[in-house]
Design a protein around this ligand. Structure first.
Ligand SMILES: C[S@@+](CC[C@H](N)C(=O)[O-])C[C@H]1O[C@@H](n2cnc3c(N)ncnc32)[C@H](O)[C@@H]1O
Length: 354
């Protein structure tokens, strides 16, 4: 029996419940079953016998193409997500067109498929390690009550989890191209496979877009920024963070991480002013860019080394070599509570959709 996740605006109909165990063979049967228990639900998601054009449905992370007739036998989770496909460019009516095209994007998809499992294992090992990094982004996302927020690329849903901790009433949608990463996304978030330069959503259907550490492998970052602008309503806000060029972080990623992974690492990092420039060229106003230093925090040094090994997939190095590489790039300190601090930094940039 699938779990149907109820989007925040409809929870007043379900007595505040955000997930329902519902029996039914198709999406339409699920809607009918919910209607029997929670009258008024059907009218909010169905019009003229079809799913409302402002909504789409994802079943176990894939957008469905048959609307109410889509079979859901064996499915684990069903989400209603805003306005997928509508208003987008050519081919968007078929959600599978939103998957990465062949060529470089495919190569990156393979790389991320290889790394996703251990990346999520690192977060499970020390869930709070990147807390400052995430908070710096969430402050800039500025998630007000009841807003629709897109986390892209979501990885294992780390930003989405932080958004929900700050505001349980948000509707958060995660876009992640790599299934291995997406497997870590909590079922409470709507989860959609999709390519970053071609988001599978209609125009102006989000209030906020958040993007953490996900742009340095993009061939065409301007295309991604423009997509983020397109899916935001006027006045909506985009907050993006990624590594800055010529910093210890950049040198560590394209140095030891490149050498110690099976897939290599060839990131393109933000030059000074580049993120702001991309935002302006994508149609954002009130643009702010800052390079912010902070730390990743660990209970002890050995855990820091294990975390980095998992997060970056450093399978070609022994722990001692990972430790040595970290020391060669960063000055590790301890805070007043004896916790180990790995100094990190990212460029944080925000813009308001004009
Ligand atoms: C370092 S992770 C960050 C994930 C998450 N935002 C976080 O902060 O934990 C990078 C993410 O970018 C995605 N990604 C970036 N560029 C990509 C590309 N060209 N092709 C496929 N996936 C890409 C990966 O799938 C991965 O989830």
């Amino acid at each position: 029996m699938p779990i149907v996740f109820v989007p925040a605006p409809l929870r007043s109909l379900t007595g505040g419940q955000d997930r329902l165990d519902v029996a039914g063979a198709t999406v339409g049967a699920l809607v009918d079953a919910i209607e029997r228990a929670h009258p008024g639900f059907r009218a909010r998601v169905v019009a003229d016998g079809e799913l409302r054009p402002s909504l789409a449905v994802s079943v176990d992370g894939d957008l469905v193409t048959r609307g109410l007739d889509e079979p859901v036998a064996g499915a684990r989770e069903v989400h209603f997500v805003p306005a997928l496909g509508g208003g987008h460019g050519p081919g968007a009516s078929d959600p599978h067109d939103a998957l990465p095209p062949s060529g470089t994007a495919d190569a990156y998809t393979r790389i991320f498929e290889a790394r996703g499992g251990s990346y999520n294992a690192a977060h499970a090992l020390v869930p709070e390690a990147r807390e400052i990094e995430r908070s710096l982004l969430l402050d800039r996302v500025d998630p007000g009550p009841g807003l629709r927020v897109l986390d892209v690329p979501a990885g294992g849903g780390y930003v989405a989890d932080g958004l929900r901790l700050r505001r349980p009433d948000l509707s958060v949608v995660c876009v992640e191209p790599a299934a291995a990463f997406a497997a870590g996304i909590d079922a409470g978030h709507a989860r959609v496979r999709g390519a970053l330069q071609r988001l599978p959503f209609g125009d102006a259907c989000f209030d906020r877009v958040a993007s953490l550490a996900g742009t340095h492998h993009l061939e065409d970052r301007l295309a991604f920024f423009r997509e983020c602008r397109r899916v935001l309503r006027p006045g909506g806000r985009f907050a993006v963070a990624d590594a800055a060029a010529d910093t210890p972080v950049a040198r560590f990623l394209n140095g030891p991480v490149d050498r110690f992974t099976t897939t290599g690492h060839d990131g393109r990092f933000f030059a000074a002013g580049e993120a702001a420039d991309l935002l302006v060229r994508s149609g954002f106003a009130t643009v702010v860019e800052e390079h912010v230093p902070y730390s990743w925090i660990f209970p002890d040094r050995h855990t820091m080394v294990r975390y980095c090994g998992l997060l970056f997939g450093l399978v070609r190095a022994r722990e001692a070599e990972v430790d040595e590489a970290i020391q060669a790039h960063f000055t590790i300190t301890e805070d007043a509570d004896g916790r180990v601090c790995l100094p990190w930094s990212l460029v944080y940039a925000t813009g308001v959709a004009g």
